[in-house]
Design a protein around this ligand. Sequence first.
Ligand code: OSB
Ligand code: MG
Length: 378
Amino acid sequence: MHIERVELQRLHMPFKASFEASFGRMATRDLVLVSVYSSDGTVGYGESTSMALPLYNEETTETVWYMLEQFLIPRLLAAKVTSPVEVAELFAPIRRNNMAKAALEGAVWDLYCKQQGISLAAGLGGQKQAIEVGVSIGIEPTVDLLLKKVEGFLSQGYKKIKVKVKPGFDIEPMRAIRKQFGPDVPLMADANSAYTLEQIDILKELDQFGLIMIEQPLEHDDIIDHAKLQKELKTPICLDESIHTLEDARKAVELGSCGIINIKVGRVGGLTESKKIHDFCQSHSIPVWCGGMFETGVGRAHNIAITSLPNFTIPGDTSASDRYWAEDIVDPEVMLVEPGMLAVPTAPGIGYNLKPDSVKKFLVRQENYTRQTVASAD
Ligand code: OSB
Ligand code: MG
C-alpha cells in the first residue's frame, strides 16, 4: 500500500443544537481527522469518534491524538501492510484505546479500497445499495420539546426513533410519544448506564411501551447484571458501552445479557473487528445495528459502509449530515435519498470527498508524520 505519510487534524465543530445524554450535555464535537497518504498519491480518511471528555468511554480526543502519535502511527509506518486486515493485528499488542486504533485503521481501509477501485462497502463484503436509518434524540428540557423533535424526524421518514433516558426522564416521555404517534412508531430508549438493578421497577415499567429495545440500561462495563435484568424484561436489551471486542460479544451472548448489539466502529477498534462481531452475531441470530458518535461525513461514510452488511437489520443512528451540522466537511453532504434512507456509495473508498475549506474553518491543530519524523515504533 506504500503508506508514506499520516496527517492528523484536530477539528472543533459546533453542533446546530446542544445534545444531552445521561452522562452530560455537549455543544461541540472535538475530533481527530486522520489522512493516510500513499506514495501513489492516493489518500484515505478516517475519523476518531472520541469526545473531549471521557464520559462515554475512557478515551478523549487528547488521548486519541497521543496514542496515534506515540504508538499507532509509528507502528503503521514501520510495517509494510498489504491489506487493512493486517492493521488490527499490528495494533493488537497495544491495549484498548479502540477509538484511536479505529480512526487510523479506517483511513487505511479507505486508502486500500481506493487503490483497489472498489467501494468501502464492497471491500467489507456489504451488499445493500441503500440502508434504513434512524435518529438519536437527546434528553430535552420538556416532554413537549421532545415531541416536536420526534415529529420533525418522523416527517423526514426516519425509520427508528431513539430517545435518551435517565431516571426522571423515562416513563413520561415514552408514554407521551406513544400517545401522540401511536404504537407503530419504531421506538427505543438509550440509558447510557444511568440505572442499577435496584431501579428494576422503572425498567420493567418501560416494557408496556413496546420498545424495540432498551440500550445499555446498566453499568458501562457490565454483562452480568444485564443478564439478570434481561430475564426480567420482555423488551430486548441492546448492549453498547459493554462491548469492545468480538470476545465481549461472545460472552454477552453466551450469558444472555442482550438480544441485540449496537456496533460502533470506534468503540470496537475498527472495521475489521466490527465485521467479526457482525458475523458472529449473524450466526447466533443476534440482530445488530450501527451506533453513532456525532460523526462528521467521514465517520458517517464508514458507518454507511459497515451497515451495508446483511445482519445490520435494525436501522442505525447514522442520520444525514444536517442532523448535527450546519456545514459538514464532506462533499456531497450525507443526505437522505428517500425518506429515512441513505444510499451506499459505489465510488471507490468511502465515496465522499473532503471539503478542504470546511476543514480549515474547524481546524485547531495539524501535524504530519513520516517514517523520518516519527520515533521508532518499539
Ligand atoms: O450512546 O449511542 C450513544 C452519542 C455520543 C455518545 C454515545 C451515544 C451517542 C448517541 C448519538 O446516541 C448518536 C448519533 O446521532 O451519532
Ligand atoms: Mg448508546
